[in-house]
Design a protein around this ligand. Structure first.
Ligand SMILES: CC/C=C\C=C\CC(=O)SCCNC(=O)CCNC(=O)[C@H](O)C(C)(C)COP(=O)(O)OP(=O)(O)OC[C@H]1O[C@@H](n2cnc3c(N)ncnc32)[C@H](O)[C@@H]1OP(=O)(O)O
Length: 275
């Protein structure tokens, strides 16, 4: 039985496809991110990571928007504790920020691919989330903004680290310094999303097909591809090549390789054991 969450929801829309939906689920406040969210989100991802039936995760928002960023009412709770010694209250605040960062990084730690399906607004903390995802798609009417600077905040949950690696340093700097809104089409031009869909229905259907395609591949090869790509960002070319050689020195011994080759030769669909 899946755990019940207040801020997110896990759904499996079709049995056996391996595709699970993780939905930001506070539509009345446009899926704004409360402190509860930062506790529940990594738990939900961990549950999916550990679920052998889950091969791919689609992350989306319920209602009219993907995510309105940090819950502005929680910001007071997060940053408003000035009690006691200033050094100690600073240390408490640092601990909270690290806890929130960790919740977003849980996306990268998840062994299964996480695909963001973005519609409507994706603002501030929403950008922190989608830049940690493995693949991003959006609707034509999606609106993005690295909004933190307008709230007198230096974005601190990953956007300033991950966005430049996706759209390039200059583009990330311009978006983060201006906080300006940009469209789904511009997000595609920048390389922030891989494809733009005409409507939310088309987005969810298109992403489902893509996710099912990935879900039908060798779970070990998919896991290895995510792991090696994410880890290689921090490595030199030589270190990255060394890492993948070590990785494959065990993974290439798996039954998946023989199954994939046999399926290719016999022109049939491969069948892989779950992870
Ligand atoms: C330590 C710090 C860590 C992280 C920091 C992250 C920083 C950020 O995330 S910065 C970004 C903050 N977010 C925003 O500035 C966005 C604010 N919201 C909007 O711009 C709009 O709501 C919208 C997302 C464009 C959607 O517009 P619309 O559909 O017209 O809805 P509204 O009528 O504006 O809102 C409906 C309802 O939701 C409440 N709400 C919206 N956003 C938030 C939010 N971020 N936090 C809390 N509540 C939010 C809004 O107040 C309305 O509530 P009612 O009670 O119905 O009035």
């Amino acid at each position: 039985m899946e755990e019940k969450y207040k801020t997110v929801q896990i759904l499996q829309k079709s049995q056996n496809s391996g595709v699970f939906h993780l939905i930001l689920n506070r539509p009345s406040v446009r899926n704004a991110l409360s402190l509860d969210f930062f506790a529940e989100f990594p738990k939900a991802l961990h549950a999916l990571d550990q679920n052998p039936n889950a091969a791919v995760i689609i992350l989306s928002g319920s209602g009219d928007h993907f995510c309105a960023g940090i819950d502005l009412k929680s910001l007071n709770v997060i940053a408003g504790d000035h009690s006691g010694d200033r050094g100690r209250s600073g240390e408490r605040l640092r601990k909270k920020i690290k806890f929130m960062q960790d919740a977003i990084t849980a996306i990268e730690r998840c062994r299964k691919p996480v695909i963001a399906a973005i519609h409507g607004a994706c603002i501030g903390g929403g950008i922190d989330i989608v830049t940690a995802c493995d693949v991003r798609y959006c609707t034509k009417d999606a609106i993005f903004s690295v909004k933190e600077v307008d709230l007198a905040i230096t974005a601190d949950l990953g956007t300033l680290q991950r966005l430049p690696r996706i759209v390039g340093f200059g583009n990330a700097m311009e978006l983060a310094l201006t906080g300006r809104r940009f469209s789904g089409e511009e997000a595609k031009e920048l390389g922030l999303v891989s494809r733009v869909f005409g409507s939310n229905e088309e987005l969810m259907e298109g992403v489902r097909i893509i996710a099912e395609g990935i879900g039908g591949k060798s779970p070990l090869a998919v896991r290895g591809t995510k792991e090696v790509l994410v880890r290689s960002r921090e490595m030199s070319l030589e270190q990255g090549l060394d890492y993948v050689a070590t990785w494959n020195s065990s993974m290439l011994l798996s039954d998946d390789l023989t199954e994939a080759i046999s399926a290719q030769i016999h022109k049939r669909k491969p069948l892989f054991a779950k992870l």
